[in-house]
Design a binder for this molecule. Sequence first.
Ligand code: HPA
Ligand code: ZN
Length: 324
Amino acid sequence: MQDFLTQLPNVELHLHIEGSLEPELMFALAKRNNITLPYATVAEAKAAYHFNDLQGFLDLYFQGMNVLRTEQDFYDLAMDYFKRARAEGVVHIDMHFDPQAHLQRGVALDVVMAGLLRAKQDAESSLDLSVGMIMAFLRDRPADEALHVLESAAPYWKFLDAIGLDSAERGNPPEKFQALFARAKALGLVRVAHAGEEGPADYIEQALDVLDVQRIDHGVRCLESDAVVQRLRESQTVLTVCPLSNVSLKVVDDLRDHPLPKLLAEKLKVTISSDDPAYFGGGLLVNHMACAEAFGWDEAVFRQLNRNAIEEAFISEDRRQQLL
Ligand code: HPA
Ligand code: ZN
């Protein structure tokens, strides 16, 4: 199965590049930038990666990215993941990144964008890996801050494939960001949002109705509402489901209890992604292998899931036809 999966044209629609920061690189960047980490060793860092919920993870995620200071740091972060993903057969990644998490530490948007865009260019020219750019906004921060960041990103709008919405979901409903998403739409930017990970099915409806999103990231809690399931089935809105993330953050207790088989039985447009591979046990291949084992999926299921992702990926039509 591993050989079969590796030779598929694998596409990942839901990946936070800051969540791909492996402890080994975190230590190297800490040394380069003279930063003291709260861990003595890589093993100690890995041992700390046990979470009770989304917030518990976010605390370590924001702490970990503190080592990212220079353009070269962002380049190294992205290239490190791109090379690993490519070696597992990934051919396209739609990558979320969190400008506010860097701005609030005093790292300018120009630094973040220069490093990430250079990595994207090198991946596309030398790794045969295409990369989509999703500028994500932190939903637990003020809505007017997000709007300000989007406006200040004007020089980069042409490089963005979409805007997204991530971070702590509960208590931060999609409607909080109505103005941000309306502005992005007016700019001609595609919209995606995390919804129905820890938040209720109602947040999925809000993301569709109020934010006019093209994708739902996670979306697993749609199953709590028949009406939402029916709507997602009829619209064939893609769900970027992240199985090992959901286990790590205790959205489900065990992968065998994960709603993925139910989502497929409901004929929803499901894709599989790794979310934050450095924190949740591995990249797309590890997620695929875990699903094969937990659900007994055969090759046809993985072919279909990747086909769904290729159909929805932020790529040119030529590249889509080439991958399909
Ligand atoms: N959910 C919400 N925000 C995030 C995540 C996630 O899984 N990963 C990084 N930011
Ligand atoms: Zn995510």
